[in-house]
Design a binder for this molecule. Structure first.
Ligand code: MG
Length: 258
């Protein structure tokens, strides 16, 4: 009996240590932007992701020349380089997202996210690795997260390794996943990051990285996987998170496997 209790205790302790979720999680890439009335990185897309019960809404953050964090995928918006342009120009009334919204500030996006407290915020900082830019953008992002009290809901991702490392230092305990795809899990672990978020073809080439990441207690996210066959193959390989433009399809495929 004592031995069984010991095994049970050991099992619970291991489960608590492991980052691996019980079932794969679905992340709406740039929000659920294919939903009616939404557009990529719009508030409406965030809300649509919340309505379908997505695990998380992924979004992209850029810094304007005058220090405002805005939600937009590209480094440019309507032809303006965001980091060279003051906020009020980007917010001009004639500049709109595809659904008619003005470009959201990070503050507005986080404020709107409070309607969906169960949903994670998959925060991608866009950066070309310029240290001066990151010295403003990374602490500014952390400050906003703290201001809205969503620290327990945020997971950072970035193609900038230096930004990832800085997020991990500034917010210990918050998940930080690197997007680049060229580093093995052990190298990511050494840098103090908690996960990898790689393009699906990286895992086709390196399926062993998924098990290696799990063995290191790390989370494995995959982007951006939209076709049924690709989602199924990634689930078969054992990823923990699926970042997709088709969140309802991914939800159905995961539900069907239970
Ligand atoms: Mg992104």
């Amino acid at each position: 009996m004592k031995r069984i209790c010991l095994f049970l205790l050991l099992g619970c302790a291991l489960a608590a240590c492991s980052e691996k979720p019980a079932a794969p999680q679905v992340i709406a890439h740039r929000g659920y932007w294919k939903a009616e009335g939404a557009a990529q990185n719009s508030i409406a897309a965030l809300q649509a992701a919340g309505r379908i019960g997505a695990y998380g809404s992924e979004f992209d953050v850029n810094l304007t020349s005058d220090g405002v964090l805005v939600v937009n995928h590209d480094f440019t918006y309507h032809g303006y380089k965001i980091y060279d342009t003051p906020f009020e120009v980007l917010r001009g009334d004639t500049l709109r997202l595809a659904n008619g919204e003005l470009i959201p500030t990070l503050d507005e996006y986080l404020e709107a996210s409070l309607q969906y407290p169960q949903m994670k915020l998959i925060f991608e900082l866009k950066s070309e690795g310029d240290p001066e830019y990151e010295a403003r953008a990374v602490p500014g992002s952390v400050e906003a997260i703290k201001k809205y009290g969503v620290t327990d809901r945020v997971e950072f991702i970035s193609f900038s390794l230096s930004a990832c490392v800085e997020f991990a230092k500034l917010m210990p305990g918050v998940r930080v996943e690197y997007l680049g795809g060229e580093l093995a899990p052990a190298e990511i672990k050494k840098l103090g990051l908690s996960g990898i978020d790689y393009y699906y073809e990286v895992f086709d080439k390196h399926p062993e990285w998924i098990g290696e990441a799990h063995d290191l207690g790390m989370v494995v996210n995959v982007w951006t996987v939209n076709e049924e066959a690709d989602i199924t193959r990634m689930l078969d390989l054992g990823v923990d998170q699926v970042t997709t433009n088709e969140p309802e399809l991914a939800q159905r495929l995961i539900a069907a496997r239970r």
